[in-house]
Design a protein around this ligand. Structure first.
Ligand code: ARG
Length: 458
């Protein structure tokens, strides 16, 4: 079933058909293909290229095909090369000669470029909704945990105390940026390829502005060769998706560490973890591991498309058909990873006592002890060395700074007074850090208010 049989004298070899055809994956573009065709037919009539009767027949025929595909009464047949040929053949079968006029002033090159843009625009909206609901989950955990102390790490070693609210706030920022990246892409890609034809426009008096507006674009692509061969926005999308996966993967890694027996900071919900077929005691963080693992295939899609595009002369080349499977797979992967990460995070239990007691170990208040001395006039370098010696003493006595006696403190420096205990308590260490962006309660409350405003207005 071909659109281009006229100049051929032989049937296509079956292997060639299979290799060339894209219908097994571009079938998911049927809604967009029909939407684009309806706009094209509407414009053709406005320009008096087809009659009103023909337009109405075409639109009715296309809508019927769409309904039949959705309700399952019509199946997409693999014998067609692609979704465009399938829909057109169906239309001709249903309405006869008027159907043969639909492709006037159009090529599959601008048609597929259009379909893909319409599809991606919708998927960007879907991705945005998922990230937004994920942000609500982070926001809730943040609001509930401004006083849940935990160790903050550098080099995966305890560094300074933070709160769970503050830790989750870092992810809030990451996913907020991911949303804004997606919205930038949506703005930049919003030009219509329709009317670019095969590569050099057409001789018909098409109104490209009109069809662009009908389809919700800002306007037509201003160069027809670029119109049919621009895949930049897919590369930008795959890059943004890779960044989302990188963020999800970092979160997953933390969940895996926190879920380990050694940390035990969290308890995964039974519904979002899995067991072992041999070890009855196991409760594994498979979801987090899979999200971390699937990051590789999304990165792969980005590198793959960059490589496909790098050697292509203008304008359309069949290589570009390779943009679809990997983009669809990357979008599907990111969407399922977002949904599952959101569910896993919103159902997990935080073992707050364990987090807090972990924050009291590991000399996490050493910086604050040094700051205490600085506030009493000791130069920072000297303070650093004094606290270093106290840490050594603690290691020797197998204790922690806040448990040393005042005599111990004074044996290293006479500057220490009774107020040292208050100065290095966990609460003080966290809540004194109140510059904006820091974990102190006051600073966190300001950020929470800003986040709330962001969530209600974006
Ligand atoms: N299946 C093709 C693709 O995805 C559609 C465009 C075909 N154009 C052509 N001249 N063969 O790129």
């Amino acid at each position: 079933m071909k659109l281009w049989g006229g100049r051929f004298t032989k049937e296509t070899n079956q292997l060639v058909h299979n290799f060339n055809s894209s219908i097994s994956f571009d079938r998911r573009l049927f809604r967009q293909d029909i939407e684009g065709s309806i706009a094209h037919a509407t414009m053709l009539e406005k320009q008096k290229i087809i009659s009103k009767t023909e337009r109405d027949l075409i639109i009715k025929g296309l809508s019927d095909i769409k309904d039949a595909l959705i309700d399952g009464s019509l199946e997409i047949s693999q014998e067609y090369e692609d979704i465009h040929s399938f829909v057109e053949a169906q239309l001709i079968q249903r309405i006869g000669d008027a159907g043969k006029k639909l492709h006037t002033g159009r090529s599959r090159n601008d048609q597929v470029a259009l379909d893909m843009k319409l599809y991606i625009r919708d998927e960007i909206n879907n991705l945005d909704d998922l990230i937004k609901s994920f942000l609500f989950t982070f926001h809730k955990i943040m609001k509930d945990n401004t006083q849940t102390y935990m160790p903050g790490f550098t080099h995966l070693q305890k560094a300074q105390p933070v709160t769970l609210s503050h830790h989750m706030g870092a992810y809030f920022e990451m996913f907020k940026r991911d949303r804004s990246r997606l919205s930038d892409i949506k703005k930049r890609m919003n030009t219509s390829p329709l009317g670019s034809g095969a590569l050099a426009g057409t001789t018909y008096p098409l109104d490209r502005d009109y069809s662009a507006i009908l389809l919700g674009f800002d306007g037509p692509a201003l160069n027809s060769m670029d119109g049919v061969s621009d895949r930049d926005y897919l590369i930008e999308l795959l890059s943004a998706l890779s960044t989302i996966m990188m963020h999800l993967s970092r979160l997953s890694e933390e969940i895996i560490i926190w879920n380990s027996n050694e940390y035990h900071f969290i308890e995964l919900d039974d519904a979002y973890s899995t067991g072992s077929s041999i070890m009855p005691q196991k409760k594994n963080p498979d979801i987090a591991e899979l999200v971390r693992g699937k990051t590789g295939r999304v990165y792969g899609a980005l590198i793959s498309l960059l490589t496909t595009m790098k050697g292509l002369s203008l304008a359309y080349n069949k290589d570009m058909q390779e943009d679809k499977e990997l983009t669809f797979d990357a979008i599907d992967t990111v969407k399922s990873c977002l949904v599952l990460s959101d569910k896993m995070l919103s159902t997990m239990k935080f073992n707050k006592d364990i987090m807090e007691s972990s924050a009291t170990k590991g000399f996490i208040n050493a910086t604050d002890a040094a700051d205490y001395l600085v506030n009493k006039g000791v130069p920072f370098r000297d303070a650093h060395s004094i606290i270093g010696r106290l840490v050594l003493m603690c290691i020797d006595k197998n204790t922690s700074l806040e448990k040393l006696s005042l005599t111990d403190f004074k044996s290293i420096s006479p500057v220490f007074e009774d107020d040292i205990y208050e100065a290095i308590s966990l609460t003080t260490c966290v809540n004194k850090r109140n510059t904006i962006g820091a974990p102190g309660k006051e600073a966190m409350m300001k950020v929470l208010a800003l986040n709330e405003e962001y969530l209600s207005s974006n």
